[in-house]
Design a protein around this ligand. Structure first.
Ligand code: SAH
Length: 603
């Protein structure tokens, strides 16, 4: 299977395969190597060293303007893979400023310095143990007019970084290396390596000499020595890197780095054709940021889980995004999952959820326990007032009842879009209204301790009145703590002028609860800040949500996911997208919503 889709996004071979016909037309040395298959396809024999060499030469000449001479008995570099390494380095050190690097074991091609210099103007100090390689590397530097930028040094076999840098005091931005992979010639010939028997033969030939592919202890010992050297050189080289040929070497080297308390370590994947290689990087400089592994990111991307919400789902009468957003928030709070709202609009809501522990399994048992606890506490306490849900760190109690201290009312400004919250000590009844609401109200099922309740048809005032009336009626004389939280539901959750008016008119409401008063204070403060903001600078004021301090998304948690509620062409969907953590947990939460948002048969 081709891994090209995981190639570095800036690698020109990712989307554009080399055109052999075109290359044959341009370069005679390549034309000699091409052959036509029965189906008319122009190709080369990848197992023939002369053909591989012609391809490398043609690609470097055609795509990078580099002239190269290679002996047939030394390693012939595959160009797309070498480009991946250079691009990864670009991502680490940046290409804005001129950089100076070291290439350990540059080979006869001197390919990394040639590419780095041509692409980014980087300067190089390159080392090599093999005389023939040193000769050809110098030849290649000369024929590309790079003698003032690249210097090749012949070193002894036990020399890596320390020996190379002992005679100068220069500092370097990075070092790179494609080390000899194998620990002995048997491994190099594939007799003792890890390639499984049922894998097909390698599709290309290796022309590497023994000195190039074999080093005592293989790449692990080679790179370990680089690490030891780096512990002495520390920040003289800003970023240390190496290519790794065998996946099994990675954990060993990472362990080695951790053991030596190297502060920053990163690994990546180089994908090309059917071959995968790895990169390892470490640094003592805290300012270095390593790029994310694109391979891991892309591989981890799982399609989101989608739930089509039918009309009447969960008994919610109002088939609007606002109503379901409100209901979903309630559930999230009941589950004590942290969340913040990224967007909240008429047709689209986006919440980021962070679950610390599994609070959704065994709901039935938990409900029974809650009911038991509640009935015990009822005997001891008087009537209690349910509050308003808190955005962010939910303060939902064990019982699923959502309480809000007065000082956190500010956080709730936008959470209860036109909701009437009524509560007795046994039930919390919730009515979600929508603007020009001609449909039924919404409800949250009893599972969360919140029971179904529908609003009357009619305009806002009417529904306000009727909601209040109903609450009073239904509470059968128990004293309700009723709040009316006004909001323009047709707008995104940024507070609008209309909302300001609505909020102001709220002042006239006969609400004496301490929570309501605090809320008004907060609303006023918000608008004061809002207008000050507007006066000061012309730039767009922060929305209420933007002002909220979301939790840290990088924090370790059981699950980090995105919840999107969307209404398109009249149909509503709930989508859960995994962002980090346990994927099983994502499925479980979706199942939880499926259960809650099922259409309940009429009784
Ligand atoms: N960089 C080239 C060649 C990699 S092969 C490429 O990517 O195509 C590894 C190279 O390291 C060989 O050329 C080998 O001769 C060289 N080498 C082995 N031990 C070395 C050492 N201690 N110092 C410098 N080069 C070394």
């Amino acid at each position: 299977m081709s891994l090209n889709k995981y190639m570095h996004p800036r690698n020109k071979y990712k989307t554009k395969k080399p055109n052999f016909q075109d290359l044959a037309f341009k370069y005679d040395y390549f034309k000699e190597m091409v052959k036509e298959t029965d189906s008319g396809k122009v190709t080369i024999d990848f197992k023939d060293p002369a053909s591989s060499r012609a391809l490398t030469r043609a690609l470097l000449e055609n795509d990078f303007g580099l002239k190269i001479t290679l002996p047939l008995d030394r390693l012939i570099p595959a160009v797309p893979q070498r480009i991946n390494y250079i691009l990864w380095l670009e991502d680490i050190i940046g290409i804005e400023k001129a950089a100076r690097g070291i290439d350990i074991g540059t080979g006869s091609s001197c390919i990394y310095p040639l590419l780095g210099c041509r692409q980014n103007g980087w300067e190089f100090l390159a080392s090599e143990v093999d005389d023939q390689n040193v000769y050809f590397a110098n030849k290649n530097i000369q024929q590309n007019d790079m003698t003032d930028k690249i210097k090749v040094v012949k070193v002894e076999e036990d020399t890596l970084l320390m020996g190379l840098l002992e005679n100068n005091e220069d500092c370097y931005d990075f070092c790179m290396c494609n080390p000899p992979f194998f620990s002995d010639h048997l491994e190099a010939q594939g007799v003792t390596n890890t390639r499984s028997d049922n894998r097909s033969d390698a599709s290309s030939v290796s022309t590497a000499s023994e000195a190039e592919s074999v080093a005592w202890g293989g790449e692990v010992r080679f790179v370990s020595q680089m690490i030891e050297d780096s512990l002495k050189l520390k920040s003289r080289i800003r970023v240390y890197t190496s290519l790794i040929g065998k996946k099994t070497s990675l954990p060993l080297l990472k362990h080695f780095l951790h053991e030596r308390q190297v502060p920053k370590i990163s690994t990546t994947e180089f994908c090309q054709g059917r071959t995968m290689r790895w990169g390892i990087a470490w640094t003592f400089d805290e300012t270095v940021t390593f790029p994310k592994s694109l391979f891991k990111e892309q591989k981890n991307v799982k399609p989101p889980l989608v739930l089509e919400i039918p009309r009447g789902a969960g008994g919610v009468g109002d088939y609007t995004v606002q109503a379901f957003t409100w209901v979903i928030r309630k559930y999230i709070e009941v589950l004590q999952i942290n969340y913040y709202t990224k967007h909240c609009g008429k047709f689209y809501t986006c919440l980021i959820m962070q679950a610390k522990t599994n609070t959704w399994s065994n709901q039935r048992r938990k409900r029974r326990e809650r009911a038991r606890k509640q009935s015990v506490s009822e005997e001891g306490e008087g009537n209690r007032t349910a509050g308003i849900p808190v955005e962010g760190n939910s303060t939902s109690g064990e019982s699923g009842e959502v309480k809000t201290p007065a000082d956190s009312v500010e956080k709730n400004m936008e959470t209860d879009d036109k909701c009437t919250v009524t509560s007795t000590e046994t039930d919390a009844k919730i009515v979600a209204h929508s603007d020009n609401d001609t449909e039924k109200g919404s409800n949250v099922s009893k599972d969360s301790g919140i029971e179904e309740f529908a609003t009357e048809k009619g305009d806002n005032d009417e529904s306000k009145k009727s909601g209040q009336k109903r609450s009073n009626d239904e509470n059968n004389g128990t004293e309700p703590a009723q709040k009316r939280l006004k909001k323009d539901q047709g707008k995104d959750c940024e507070t609008s002028e209309q909302e300001k008016e609505a909020v102001t008119s709220d002042k006239s409401c006969n609400n004496s609860s301490a929570i309501t008063l605090s809320r008004k204070d907060v609303v006023e403060r918000f608008w004061k800040e809002h207008s000050e903001n507007q006066e000061g600078k012309k730039k767009k004021p922060l929305s209420f949500y933007e002002k909220l301090e979301p939790f840290s998304e990088s924090e370790e948690c059981l699950l980090l996911c995105k919840l999107v509620l969307k209404k398109e062409e009249g149909e509503m969907t709930l989508t859960l997208t995994h962002q980090a953590g346990n994927k099983e947990a994502l499925h479980q939460i979706m199942q939880f919503f499926k259960n809650k948002l099922a259409v309940k048969p009429k009784t």
